[in-house]
Design a protein around this ligand. Structure first.
Ligand code: SF4
Ligand code: SF4
Length: 347
């Protein structure tokens, strides 16, 4: 019989660390998206605006939906946080070190959904999503009892922290919901204070235009000069507001094979990553979550990070002839190399 406990048991068997159930309602927190978009905090992410109506309520995604089964998967691995890494290391968000979570988690959710269909004594509609779907999954995760939305905007679980991939199955089955997760940030403001660009403009309100995750991944154009120095060694994403969170001190590590760092992405030196030929870089990133920034975007970010590092040998590498790295010739990359060299002259 398809009970909530049976679903959670199967989810655990399939490798999910957390699983809870929320009812498919228009919870009050969902309505803030409209104001957030109107404030311009989505930056160039036009797809957020295009899907605003669907994001307002999961019943716009699956008509007749009654329940949202939310899963959490720990991806933290046994590597030091950024402030304990050598200064010449390329800062890559830890979620991107291994295989692309979209594919891995979606495949596990599809297995769970298929099992639900074969186990249920009545037919139902269900759809699985991981991150890319038009769903405000952190709100449903909170109502499914997985944790609370912290002031850093991440879903935090008291026991395992916030290094979690979320996924969900929206379905027409009326399942008993879990108790809502309660806010436990209290008076802490560590993430707000640690953000290098002031992107957390209020508790749990992110201005993407200032966030290094947005600037290094989603932004396709030139990085605004005012934020380049604040990037430090960040090349793909930013983990600072999670690294400082007391609920991640320490966070448990996962031994799940897909999240273990790939050899070339395991704390690589900036200059070493810069020197990887385009063809090898493409091969290294294939099937990882790091393809989103594209090769030119990565080169752009690496140039800024090397400019911030200020090491003469790394700076010289920016100007080496590189027939095997045609992406460097892109005008966007060249503009950021010029900025990096100017930084070095100023210091
Ligand atoms: S990811 Fe980095 S830049 Fe973005 S809000 Fe967190 S600390 Fe700030
Ligand atoms: S650092 Fe503090 S305020 Fe920020 S999310 Fe963690 S507990 Fe909440």
């Amino acid at each position: 019989m398809l009970t909530p406990d049976a679903i959670k048991g199967k989810a655990s068997e399939l490798g999910f660390d957390l699983c809870g159930i929320a009812s498919a309602e228009a919870f009050p927190e969902l309505s803030f998206l409209e104001e957030w978009l109107q404030r311009g905090y989505a930056g160039q992410m036009a797809w957020m605006s295009r899907t605003r109506e669907r994001r307002a309520d999961v019943r716009n995604v699956v008509p007749g939906a009654r329940s949202v089964i939310v899963t959490g998967t720990l991806y933290n691995t046994n590597r030091p946080y950024g402030d304990e890494q050598p200064s010449d290391v390329a800062r890559l968000s830890r979620y991107a070190w291994g295989d692309d979570y979209h594919h891995v988690i979606k495949s596990r959710l599809d297995d769970l959904l298929e099992w639900m269909h074969t186990t249920s004594d009545r037919p139902f509609e269900g759809r699985a999503y991981v991150d890319t779907g038009p769903v405000q999954e952190r709100v449903y995760a909170q109502y499914a009892g997985l944790g609370w939305i912290g002031k850093n905007t991440c879903l935090i679980n008291r026991e395992v922290g916030s290094w979690l991939f979320l996924g969900e199955i929206i379905c027409t089955l009326p399942l008993a919901p879990d108790e809502q997760g309660l806010e436990q940030c209290g008076s802490c403001t560590r993430c707000l204070e640690a953000c290098p660009t002031g992107a957390l403009v209020e508790p749990a309100v992110l201005d993407s235009n200032r966030c290094l995750s947005y600037l290094t991944i989603e932004l396709r154009s030139s990085i605004p000069e005012e934020h380049r120095s604040s990037m430090g060694g960040h090349v793909y994403g930013c983990d600072i507001c999670q690294e400082v969170c007391p609920y991640n001190q320490p966070a448990p590590s996962s031994s799940d094979a897909p999240w273990q760092p790939r050899a070339g992405l395991d704390l690589p030196r900036l200059v070493d990553l810069w020197r990887v030929p385009d063809a090898d870089l493409r091969a290294l990133l294939k099937g990882s979550a790091m393809t989103r920034a594209k090769l030119v975007g990565l080169r752009r970010n690496l140039a800024v990070a090397i400019g911030n590092e200020g090491d003469p040998d790394s700076l010289a590498a920016l100007q080496e002839p590189a027939a095997d790295r045609p992406s460097i010739s892109d005008p966007l990359v060249q503009e950021h190399i010029t900025w990096a060299m100017e930084q070095a002259r100023k210091t």
